[in-house]
Write a protein that binds this ligand. Sequence first.
Ligand code: HSE
Length: 312
Amino acid sequence: MTSGTTARAPASIANLGPGFDVFGLAVNAFYDEVTLKKTKGGITIISDGSVPSSPRDNTAGIVVSNMKRRFKIGGGIEIAIRKRVPPGFGMGSSAASAAAAAVAFDRLFRLGLDPAELVEFAGTGEKASAGAIHYDNVAAAVLGGFAMVRTDPLDVIMIEPPADLRMCIAIPKIDIPKKKTRVSRGLLPKQVRFSDHIVNLSNASAMVAGFEEKDSDLIGSAIQDVIVEPARMRMIPGFSKIKDNALKAGAAGVTICGAGPSVVAFSKKSADLEKISTAMAKGFASAKTKCMTVVCKPTKGAGIRNKAKAMP
Ligand code: HSE
């Protein structure tokens, strides 16, 4: 394949406990790359990962189709996806491809869109995997850092995370249901107790203060979710043990990573991150489940690669 316009976008952690569908954090654990190239006709997809090859089912394909239609751009486009964010494990995999596609498209056709518009287009790609548009992962993947989303109208606020914030993520080796996010959203309660709403709101508020004040301990202690976590934890083998183990090993807060089934422990650079990761792996092992662990930190959002390379 010849060169094209390539954008790269990071993995992200959605929700961060109490901020369901509102909070997102871009992390340097993995990145997807999307290269767009003008062709004579149609939208075609090539990838080195196991992603849908039909543009109608593929996150990046949907974003490109929508942007093409909105800006009345003719001709064809080849989409090459270098897939590195593991799909289906709660790390914003579809959002990374969607964000990279939106940013690459914006550059290829010199649209000059602002970040909120890029988030909005990237969000249309999320619908393919989640069944509903939610902007937490795409906001983080596009903008980087800690992102907060308001909708109607869409408004994204970003705060630069503290430099010492670290996350240990345990990614289990288990079979993932098709359309996992849709499945895990199906587990959510239709109604919540008012007292639970207050607990989550108070912790979400503390978390925002933690990011604003660059206080990683406050961020960690605000990882308290009494609504979504209890509903979803049953899809994660050994969740209670994993959480307990990580807290005992020094993590400041532990919760489900996005829609799961990965688990994320929040901590500081000065903590024993290897000990926390091992403790989490032992928690999964107690439920006879293997996992991979990765230590990561907040990162910048999607950007154009300086030199477009042939991919995949
Ligand atoms: N906020 C979404 C959820 C993120 O938890 O369902 C999924 O990627």
